[in-house]
Design a protein around this ligand. Structure first.
Ligand code: AMP
Length: 531
């Protein structure tokens, strides 16, 4: 597909080919391929003028017109982007801005103002440029708005890029609280799009959902794959995110993609009635474990659709394996009732290794590892963490770098990989990834929580429903509420433990370490009466 073109060249060709079609729908606003490219090109010229080529540009808005113009502009001007989601804690935002050395921001005036308190952090250097493609409030002398953008109506010629240059830099959780910047190159992204083109044959005009913020990488797939194939990206408003029943039918979505949590919630609220989504032809679920009973309910609700489970860590560029949930599979017995993650994408290899890094025997459980052109070069400025998970193995005579996902799995009788949990303390809450160590480090700052241990609570199908904290200090509800409010600058609300419990002693295992498994079981018993 790619014929050695860069992402920017691929996009330029596709935008020219589909110029008259709608490319983006946000709220009531529909923008054609022509207009979206022109506005992005204008912004790219401004960014170039500001000296932003080949450097990280922070995209502040999430799922706004300015976000998509910003992403395309970084592509055109030969730089790369890092999402700065205003929902992140101040601590996380400051760490990202510093690590990525972001000197240029793109966002609309409201979002830039929301980030104002971070930008004023004396620890951060001043910003060279802040651009508001949507609106303009002259609050700061170095903010550029509509007037300045208007000076570049001729747009910007595509800047030269090498395959090894970054396409985006996306931060994931680190166990010490320091976020890890995953470097995704043009080469990684082109390889990913090659796989997607192999997997899906779509006609221009299809209607794809965008349920993800830019800070979660399935958003990249939804954008670039849709625009490569001439579809229209329909961006769900925040208030309809959890119950998108009406949106899906109103916008006649054909290509649906979300975390399974969205489907589970709709199911729970009674919104998945048989045949309710007749327009959907493709339903993709990604980012977290996909329970089979939800796949079954969705199948009935969207009878004209294929149903897929897409799996992939950010480090392996969005998705790297896929399982198509066949209508004909009557009663497949998946372990824990979780849909398999399937087989690796074309040009990629998957293997399972034991604790001592040898290949496990067929059918045995091991850590899932991947090799191939989608695997990132590692974390920015973080050789230590990079060398832990981007590794080569003596048994692999071919050589090359494998990514150790930390996920545990096995190959089932049909040759499909099933993912059954983690070997470390990383968890997902509503599809969002965090190390429990990061939560602990945010809470440890409070003297009465200096010994805190955070563990996941597993619900039905062994899926993480929330996390809770244990401490040996007596914590009153008042104190808990105070910490909940006070820690907002260092921990996002969705990751704050559902409850802080006091225990007399922390249980330990035979090596004397805190027995997290036991605490997790205890938490499940208390929270949901699971035994
Ligand atoms: P992220 O980097 O945020 O995409 O998180 C990657 C992690 O999410 C993986 O290592 C898995 O633990 C989990 N994950 C992603 N997709 C799936 C899936 N389809 N099924 C089960 N777990 C998944």
């Amino acid at each position: 597909m790619s014929n050695h073109l860069t992402i920017a060249e691929l996009m330029k060709n596709s935008f020219a080919m589909h110029s008259h079609l709608p490319a983006l729908k946000v709220g009531g606003l529909e923008i054609t391929y022509q207009e979206l490219w022109d506005r992005s090109s204008e912004l790219a010229a401004t960014l170039l003028q500001a000296g932003a080529d080949n450097s990280a540009i922070g995209i502040v808005g999430q799922r706004k017109v300015s976000s998509y113009i910003g992403v395309l502009a970084t592509l055109i001007c030969g730089s790369f982007y890092t999402p700065l989601n205003p929902k992140y804690s101040k601590k996380r935002l400051s760490a990202i801005i510093e690590d990525a050395q972001i000197r240029t921001l793109v966002g609309d005036a409201t979002e830039l103002s929301a980030l104002g308190y971070v930008l004023e952090d004396p620890g951060l250097q001043g910003f060279a440029t802040v651009v508001c493609p949507d609106g303009y409030v002259k609050e700061k002398s170095h903010w550029l708005g509509k007037e300045e953008l208007g000076t570049f109506t001729d747009g910007c010629a595509l800047q030269q890029r090498n395959p090894g240059n970054l396409a985006y830099l996306l931060y994931t959780s680190g166990s010490t609280g320091r976020p890890k910047g995953v470097q995704v190159t043009n080469h990684n992204l082109i390889s990913f799009l090659d796989s997607m083109v192999e997997n899906y044959d779509l006609e221009p005009g299809f209607r794809a959902s965008q349920t993800f913020d830019l800070s979660f990488d399935p958003s990249v797939s939804d954008m670039y794959f849709t625009w490569l194939k001439g579809g229209v990206l329909c961006v769900l408003p925040e208030q309809e995110m959890m119950l998108p029943f009406d949106y899906i039918n109103r916008e006649k979505i054909t290509f649906w993609n979300s975390v399974p949590t969205v489907a589970s919630f709709m199911h729970k609220m009674g919104f998945l009635s048989p045949g309710c989504f007749p327009h959907i032809t493709h339903s993709m679920f990604c980012g977290e474990q996909f329970p089979k009973h939800i796949a079954d309910a969705w199948q009935l609700a969207a009878p004209n659709s294929s149903i897929e489970n897409l799996y992939g860590p950010t480090e392996a560029t969005i998705y790297i394996s896929r399982f198509v949930y066949e209508k004909t599979l009557q009663n497949p017995q998946f372990r824990n009732g979780i849909v398999p993650i399937g087989k690796p994408f074309i040009n990629h290899q998957c293997a399972l290794v034991s604790e001592n890094e040898t290949l496990v025997s067929n059918g045995d459980v091991g850590e899932i590892i991947f090799k191939g052109p989608q695997i990132s070069n590692g974390y920015l400025n973080d050789q230590i963490n990079t060398s832990k998970v981007f590794v080569s193995f003596s048994w692999d005579e071919e050589g090359g770098t494998w990514y150790k996902t930390g996920d545990l799995g096995f190959v089932n009788a049909d040759g499909q990989i099933e993912c059954i949990g983690r070997k470390d303390n990383q968890i997902k809450i509503a599809g969002r990834r965090i190390e429990t160590g990061e939560i602990e480090s945010a809470l440890n700052r409070y003297e009465m929580l200096s010994d805190v241990v955070v563990v996941p609570v597993f619900g039905q199908n062994n899926v993480v429903t929330c996390c809770v904290a244990f401490t040996r200090h007596a914590i009153t509800e008042e104190v808990e509420n105070y910490i909940r409010k006070d820690s907002i600058g260092s921990l996002e609300r969705i990751f704050f433990p559902k409850k802080i419990f006091t225990v007399e002693e922390m249980p330990t295992n035979h090596s004397g370490k805190i027995d997290r498994k036991k605490l997790s079981e205890l938490a499940a018993e208390i929270m949901i009466g699971k035994t």
